[in-house]
Design a protein around this ligand. Structure first.
Ligand SMILES: Nc1ncnc2c1ncn2[C@@H]1O[C@H](COP(=O)(O)OP(=O)(O)OP(=O)(O)O)[C@@H](O)[C@H]1O
Ligand SMILES: [Mg+2]
Length: 488
């Protein structure tokens, strides 16, 4: 080819040549990235290779595209820098071949002055950038570093995406009970619709997990997923969190702040504990839902947003409506599609799957091999009443893994409250083996009596504590003690 040697030495080149000290520094530099240079002009190839090596890049150079393709097929290069005019396969055809091997490959095309149109073609074919000959090493290094930063950022995005998929993918909503299958079905159906979804369920049943699954399986998946819990937020704070405020709107508003609705534009907003929104704020929320617009606190400008709302509550909203604590019109607006997640107690058939799922998940996190779990532990977990639902189960499994022994997960690996539960089961067995017939009421009363005696022993007679460990209200405990002749 008829190019003049088209690189010019940079200041950096002189510096690195000038002293042994800087050469030592070069050796200590971490490898910046793997670069493949393709140019048929020997002087160009050799000098670029030397310059870039000095800068800390790992470099290989090739004369022809055909030769280079063999390497690209077998080795991963961060960046390929190729001349546009090459004998045999030219730069554009080479670029197309590379892209057919990997869409993500980063290619920088070198063009001669006056051939910018071909550079445009190259960009259209998926080149990352182009550089016009002659260029200085510095110019190329800037482009290489930009490409490396881009590559790092995109692989970070890919990693985060797979993490999100791991968190919110359908596969991670574990359960085979009829109720969960129905919920999964509904998620599939509603994800891509724009409707508001209301998720109801006790604490730890998976409301946030399901809200995330709806967002990340919708066409808004690349938009933001913004969460806000309304629990215990007073009207002023909630209003400013939701709608933002203008500078000086109230004491302490030192600068303008965008609210969550603005941040969620183009995505979804997950409003947790929606039952806790003060009545006067409910009107404002209703307006956003109906008109998709609002003003910041202290602001006059009307802001329009495109947000899909997903709400969650632990309470029965229809009851709150009856009690006048929740606006009926807002309730109907939120309740377009309602998902009620049953408690874990009501779908115990999901327990074995969930236990396995968490054993797998946490063994991986802890870097241990998956231990066996004793039948005794499985039976116990099946009997327990899981007031804290899946979250409690998840914590119990994680604890059990940390404390698992050479025999795997045994009763002793479980947290204190489960071991206590186990001892109730053991201390007061309901042994009916030698009975042919029983008096149902008496047997139940006897069983309750022994449970209360057990709690009495554990709590040293402190009734508040007894009610706590039995998981029943104190008044219920007192009434039972009177009925069972246990009160002193
Ligand atoms: N069906 C399920 N499969 C797998 N993991 C689940 C499932 N349900 C819940 N989890 C896990 O249990 C934990 C609690 O779930 P999440 O935070 O979604 O519950 P929540 O209903 O929002 O609880 P809270 O009402 O206390 O906010 C999370 O780690 C979640 O990933
Ligand atoms: Mg939650």
């Amino acid at each position: 080819m008829n190019y003049l040697p088209s690189w010019t030495p940079s200041r950096r080149d002189y510096a690195s040549e000038s002293s042994g000290l800087s050469r030592l520094g070069e050796k200590q530099k971490a490898m910046k990235g793997k670069v493949l240079i393709v140019d048929d002009e020997k002087l160009m190839r050799v000098s670029l290779e030397n310059q870039l090596k000095k800068e800390g890049f790992f470099v290989k150079s090739m004369k022809t595209a055909g030769e280079a393709l063999k390497y690209v097929r077998n080795e991963d290069y961060d960046i390929i820098v190729s001349d546009l005019r090459l004998p045999g396969l030219d730069g554009i055809e080479f670029l197309k071949e590379i892209k057919s091997i990997s869409q993500k490959a980063i290619v920088i095309i070198m063009t001669a002055y006056g051939t910018v149109e071909s550079a445009v073609t190259a960009m259209r074919e998926g080149a990352f950038d182009y550089i016009c000959k002659p260029f200085s090493t510095d110019e190329l290094i800037i482009k290489l570093e930009r490409a490396l930063t881009y590559k790092k950022a995109t692989s970070e995005v890919t990693r985060l995406r797979s993490e999100i998929q791991e968190l919110y993918g359908h596969d991670n909503i574990v359960g085979k009970s009829e109720a969960m299958m129905k919920i999964l079905d509904t998620i599939r159906t509603v994800s891509d619709r724009e409707t508001t979804v209301l998720i109801q369920g006790e604490s730890g049943t998976g409301k946030e997990l399901i809200a995330g699954a709806i967002h990340y399986n919708s066409s808004r998946e690349n938009g933001p997923f913004i969460k806000l819990s309304c629990a215990a937020l007073n009207k002023e704070i909630l209003e400013s969190e939701l709608f933002g405020h203008e500078k000086g709107a109230f004491t302490g508003a030192i600068k303008t702040k965008r609210g969550r609705f603005e941040l969620a534009d183009g995505g979804s907003m997950f409003l947790d504990d929606v039952d806790d929104i003060p009545l006067e704020m409910q009107v404002k929320l209703l307006r956003v839902l109906q008109e998709r617009e609002f003003e910041r606190v202290g602001g006059e400008e009307t802001i329009s947003v495109n947000v899909r709302l997903i709400c969650a509550t632990k309470k029965d909203l229809s009851n709150l409506v009856k009690q006048g604590k929740f606006r009926e019109d807002l309730y109907y607006r939120l309740n377009v599609v309602a998902l009620t997640i049953p408690s874990l107690r009501e779908r115990k058939e999901d327990l074995p799957l969930l236990i396995n799922y968490f054993i797998k998940k946490y063994s991986k996190h802890l870097g241990i091999s998956e231990p066996d779990i004793s039948q005794e532990v499985v039976d116990l977990l099946m009997k327990y009443n899981w007031q804290g639902n899946v979250r409690e189960l998840e914590n119990v499994v994680e604890h059990a893994l940390v404390f698992s022994s050479a025999n795997g997960i045994i009763v002793q690996s479980l947290p204190e409250h489960l071991r206590r539960f186990e001892s109730v089961q053991r201390e007061e067995p309901l042994n009916l083996n030698d009975k042919d017939k029983i008096d149902y009421q008496d047997t139940v009363a006897e069983f309750e009596r022994s449970l209360i005696k057990w709690a009495h022993k554990r709590a040293n007679g402190n009734q508040v504590h007894m009610a706590e460990i039995l998981g029943i209200p104190r008044t219920t405990l007192r009434n039972k003690m009177i009925k069972l002749n246990l009160s002193q």
